[in-house]
Design a protein around this ligand. Structure first.
Ligand code: ADP
Length: 501
């Protein structure tokens, strides 16, 4: 598999997938304690791509012990913040040096077009580490004037220190494998934590390659441990482990609930970035050309496998037909195919399970009375391809409007007034993101302020930056990734109070 579709794969990628991959524990690449391995598949073909050591409870336990020792006693705990920041920066440089390799690995493992891995996933990961490298030396407490009514006349010097929360378990999904690893590792490292990262079983390869660069960058042993494996085994063991101080999770709301339950034992801190069913609102006074292209990309980017995908599209009645037709035209222009093919603009879904799930929603939509304007079917028999799909005649009672599909399927619904849309947009158990398209700036900001969502995009969509916090209201999660807000997940505040007189 050294070349496909005229793309000559980087020799290091070919070598990397050819050999069974191991776990990174305490700075060493080791087999799973059970000796078991699992297969990861190329979603464009359904064929086996690589073999990976299958971490389980015992491996998680070993990794937690390594992370604990590195946190309590290792050189990491004595490093200056400047040294910590430089290591994180160096990791960013190394990823950048290997950008093409990461892009190819990501496309092979996840299925997304190589052009997208190259333009989005890899540079965003590099940028995230650089942004967080800067924070390592800027996590500050404050001095606090206090009065203490029951000790009249006493003088105190009071201040806060922000300390790393400790040993952190991080469980990430398969939709942006490298980038999700960066979102989690970056702030935890900047804060001085030690980590056990569990990549998704569908896409462990880029995290494992990242592990090699973490070792190469010179992070001390045990600071980052990487244990691939299944959610119900390795993931569950990590979430429940009594010596883990905090668990950070990105994935489905359903598994988010399991993580919270597992964390109850030692009451570890929990942050969650979960599902979404994000409203995208197009007013008739929008730049409709921009709105049509934006709304199409809001749902079709990454094959709809984005927790913030604009999957509920609300269009003001007067322009409904025009906008829906425009988005359907955009959908028809999408070339569905293998991610390595340079002509491809939409790759396969990540797995057979996702293919079945998305096709199940397509059937449920039509049986509940939604009408398919374009798309609606699987493409071909091999690989996990689905047509970009636009549904109309959909109501808020239908599963396709209520539930997260995580595929390239948008339901378009007309609305009459700003009051109506405020209510409809918030009529969801999720609250991750929202989009607004209008030239009326007052209307845009008024609606943005009434949206119960962690991110609101105005006249744009899917705009991410390492400095912009991302996370959800309601059942879309707890806490924020990225920006300086992310550091809150990985620090404890200690108040120190000294009596001076
Ligand atoms: P999806 O449904 O999109 O595949 P999941 O929420 O199932 O997303 O998976 C996201 C991550 O959570 C993956 O790394 C997966 O292995 C992990 N996971 C799944 N189930 C559990 C569980 N019970 N406990 C901990 N982690 C889990």
């Amino acid at each position: 598999m050294s070349s496909a579709f005229g793309v000559q794969l980087d020799q290091r990628v070919t070598d990397f997938v050819a050999r069974p991959r191991k776990l990174l524990v305490n700075g060493e690449w080791v087999e799973a304690a059970s000796g078991k391995t699992f297969e990861t598949y190329n979603p464009a073909t359904g064929e086996v791509l690589a073999n990976v050591a299958e971490g389980d409870k015992e491996d998680i336990d070993r990794a937690v012990r390594a992370a604990r020792a590195a946190f309590d006693k290792g050189p990491w705990s004595r490093m200056t913040v400047s040294e910590r920041g430089r290591l994180i920066w160096k990791l960013a440089d190394l990823i950048e040096e290997h950008a093409q390799e990461f892009a190819e690995l990501e496309t092979l493992d996840n299925g997304k077009p190589l052009t997208v891995s190259r333009a989005a996933d890899v540079p965003l990961a590099v940028d995230l580490f650089r942004y967080m490298a800067g924070w390592a030396s800027k996590i500050e407490g404050s001095t606090i004037p206090i009065s203490v009514p029951y000790t009249p006349g006493a003088v105190y010097h009071a201040y806060t220190i922000r300390e790393p929360v400790g040993v952190v378990g991080q469980i990430i999904p398969w939709n942006f494998p490298l980038l999700m690893a960066a979102w989690k590792l970056g702030p935890a490292l900047a804060a001085g934590c030690t980590i056990i990262l569990k990549p998704a079983e569908q896409t462990p390869l880029s995290a494992l390659r990242l592990g090699e660069l973490i070792v190469e960058a010179g992070f001390p042993e045990g600071v980052v441990n990487i244990v691939p494996g299944f959610g119900e085994t390795a993931g569950a063991a990590l979430a429940a482990h009594d010596d883990v101080d905090k668990v950070a999770f990105t994935g489905s709301t359903e598994v988010g609930r399991l993580i919270v339950q597992a964390a109850v034992g030692n009451l570890k801190k929990v942050s969650l970035e979960l599902g979404g069913k994000s409203p995208n609102v197009v007013f008739k006074d929008a730049d409709l050309d921009l709105a049509v292209k934006g709304a199409a990309s809001a749902i079709f980017f990454n094959h709809g496998q984005c927790c913030c995908a604009g999957s509920r599209l609300y269009v003001e009645r007067d322009v409904f037909d025009q906008v829906v037709e425009g988005i359907a035209d955009q959908a028809k222009k999408i070339t569905v195919g293998p991610g390595l093919d340079p002509a491809t603009t939409m790759g396969p879904l990540v797995s057979e399970e996702q293919l079945n799930r998305v096709c199940g929603y397509l059937e449920s939509g039509s049986s509940e009375g939604a009408r398919t304007v374009t798309g609606g079917k699987r493409v071909g028999e091999k690989g996990y391809f689905v047509e970009p799909t636009v549904l109309v005649d959909a109501t808020h009672e239908m599963k396709v409007v209520k539930e997260e599909i995580f595929g390239p399927v948008v339901a378009a619904i007309p609305f009459e007034s700003a009051d109506e849309i405020r209510e409809k947009a918030n009529d969801s158990s999720y609250g991750l993101a929202a989009g607004i398209w209008t030239k009326d700036i007052g209307k845009a900001h008024a609606l943005a302020s009434s949206m119960r969502a962690g991110t609101v995009w105005i006249n744009c969509y899917n705009i991410f930056d390492a400095a912009l916090p991302f996370g959800g209201y309601k059942e879309s999660g707890w806490g924020r990734d990225m920006g300086h807000d992310a550091l809150e997940n990985y620090t404890e505040t200690k108040a120190v109070c000294a009596r001076l007189s």
